[in-house]
Design a binder for this molecule. Structure first.
Ligand code: XIL
Length: 345
């Protein structure tokens, strides 16, 4: 049974893909078998579109309109096009994996270089979004069906409000967010869905902040189509009731919901550990399916953040080996995979 077939009538099933997946025939075969959506794990982030060499060599020339290059993104777009698997664009405006020089006057790499002015950064933002969307839409029409326009604009648990140390916030101020969506809407082809994406979106403070300060203002201007719940979960610290409440709250706004980066960190590869992981996936997929069936949340995609355990970013991020995904190191289906298939039966 394939994941995409099992979930066909409810939502698309996706995975993130790395550069090395794109170099592997085995990975590509798995992608075609199981998935109806892909997201570039890294290769379509600003650090890969921005041409550092060119911008730094000619800062005057590219002062307002940054030079872009397309070698890295093409690898994913070519595969999406030839395989017919639609691609989620990730990500246009983010504090991370965007080079610091991009936010600075004269694209300077000096540590204490001043931020570029608000006016310049708004112009750079518009030209960046325009350049990326026009490239994708001209050379790969119809391939990218959704974009994470802004990612992670809200601070961690316990702290308050906007992520103030972001280069975007520092150079423009908190309305960087609404401007990003105005530009994205202006240049996105009709039908391309615009998402806000964040992690720990079930955290009470974060959830309320996102709804009041991000989604409602965007909805008022018709600038957002969906909410992306990244869903980097932790097996020993799961609050699926809170998750469900958040899902219903975002869903109640009438937006599409996509689970954009699902993984459940688990450091226990024993049978017991893997069964617990399977139970967690099962419960989560039941919540998502119920929400879809009872109209509480229009879930349109679930994307797993990685094709197999040994490729999960969590091992690096959590500083311990993570067995968090649906497939083992040789693409063998784990109990978690079977639990996801069984949840929809
Ligand atoms: C992660 C990738 O998985 C890693 O390979 C990379 O080193 C850092 O970024 N939130 C996001 C994703 O929106 O882009 C991040 O991906 C994980 C957290």
């Amino acid at each position: 049974m394939s994941l995409k077939k099992a979930y066909e009538q409810f939502f698309s099933m996706g995975t993130s893909v790395s550069w090395s997946n794109m170099m592997s025939e085995e990975a590509k075969a798995e992608l075609k078998k199981h998935y109806s959506s892909i997201t570039a794990e890294n290769g379509m982030k600003p650090m890969f579109f921005l041409d550092e060499k060119e911008n730094l060599a000619n800062p005057e020339k590219y002062h307002e309109c940054p030079a872009l290059h397309f070698e890295s993104p093409r690898i994913y777009l070519d595969f999406a096009k030839e395989s017919g698997i639609p691609l989620r664009g990730h990500v246009l405006v983010w504090h991370s994996q965007t080079p610091m020089w991009f936010f600075k006057e004269k694209y300077s790499k000096e540590e204490d270089a001043p931020w570029a002015s608000r006016e310049i950064m708004l112009t750079r933002m518009e030209n960046y979004i325009k350049g990326v969307l026009e490239f994708v839409q001209t050379e790969y029409p119809g391939v990218v069906y959704a974009w994470d326009v802004v990612n992670e604009a809200v601070e961690e648990r316990g702290q308050q409000g906007w992520r103030q140390w972001s280069g975007w916030y520092q150079s423009i101020g908190e309305d960087f967010l609404i401007h990003a969506y105005r530009f994205a809407r202006k240049y996105a082809a009709p039908g391309v869905k615009l998402f806000y994406n964040d992690y720990n979106t079930f955290d009470t403070f974060k959830k309320d902040f996102i709804v009041e300060n991000i989604l409602k203002p965007l909805i008022a201007e018709g600038l957002v189509d969906g909410m992306g719940m990244q869903s980097h979960l932790v097996l020993n610290d799961l609050d699926l009731d809170g998750y469900k409440q958040a899902l219903y709250k975002y869903g109640g706004l009438g937006l599409e919901i996509q689970v954009t980066e699902l993984d459940i960190h688990n450091n226990d590869p024993s049978e017991d550990g893997l069964n617990k992981l399977a139970e967690a996936y099962s419960e989560l997929f039941h919540i998502l399916l119920d929400a879809k069936k009872n109209g509480k949340a229009n879930v349109t995609n679930v994307t797993i953040w990685g094709m197999k355990d040994d490729e999960s970013w969590l091992t690096d991020f959590r500083k311990e080996t993570s067995y968090s995904l649906l497939f083992g190191n040789n693409y063998e289906p784990k109990a978690a995979y079977q639990a996801v298939i069984d949840a929809v039966k």
